[in-house]
Design a protein around this ligand. Structure first.
Ligand code: IMP
Ligand code: MG
Length: 174
């Protein structure tokens, strides 16, 4: 496994993301919707750096089996009322963009005042949708990454750094 972003780099990235979000919203109350499970660490770190009054909800999606994309499933509806609210959708990574686009569409139907999106990582060259997240901490190359909330078959989410999964890691029994 090769480290792509260490703890210090991740922390500065989240700080930059928070500053941009604080600047954009000022003191307007915000409803954060975290796309689970990958954004669990980012949401926890990010919300403690945001200064406006905020509420936190989650939506659960899944699209990968191992390193292969399957079809996107949204497992549960938003737990929080988003009508007439400023909503910020938070996800770990923008890869093809299908997840964010789909979840944004769902939120849109619920009548929010506004919707923006924030991601820790933007994987370059994979986009399949005409949408760019509003806030991005890092652009990364097209590699399968784990750690800081991101998983491979539900493993590695607890790594405090972000690492590229290499072929030799895939053959290691867990
Ligand atoms: P998208 O719909 O292709 O943008 O995929 C987004 C979702 O796939 C993210 O929310 C992640 O959970 C997952 N994903 C995409 N790329 C990676 C990766 O490199 N490592 C781990 N999960 C990933
Ligand atoms: Mg995800």
């Amino acid at each position: 496994m090769k480290i792509l972003l260490d703890e210090q780099q991740l922390s500065s990235g989240v700080e930059r993301l928070a500053q941009a979000i604080n600047q954009s919203y000022g003191s307007r109350p915000l409803t954060i919707i975290g796309v689970m499970t990958g954004s669990v660490v980012l949401v926890a770190d990010l919300i403690r750096k945001l200064e406006m009054p905020l509420r936190v909800g989650v939506v659960q999606t899944s699209s990968y089996q191992g390193t292969q994309r399957g079809s996107l499933t949204i497992h549960s509806e938003m737990m929080l009322d988003v009508a007439n609210r400023d909503v910020l959708l938070v996800d770990d990574i923008f890869d093809t963009g299908n997840t964010l686009k789909e979840v944004m569409g769902r939120i849109h139907q619920l009548g929010p005042t506004s919707i923006q999106s924030a991601v820790l990582l933007f994987k370059t060259g994979k986009q399949e949708v005409d949408l760019r997240p509003d806030f991005v901490a890092f652009d990364i190359p097209d590699e399968f990454v784990v750690g800081y909330g991101l998983d491979h078959n539900d493993a590695y989410r607890n790594l405090p750094y972000l690492a590229c999964l290499e072929p030799s890691d895939l053959s290691t029994p867990s």
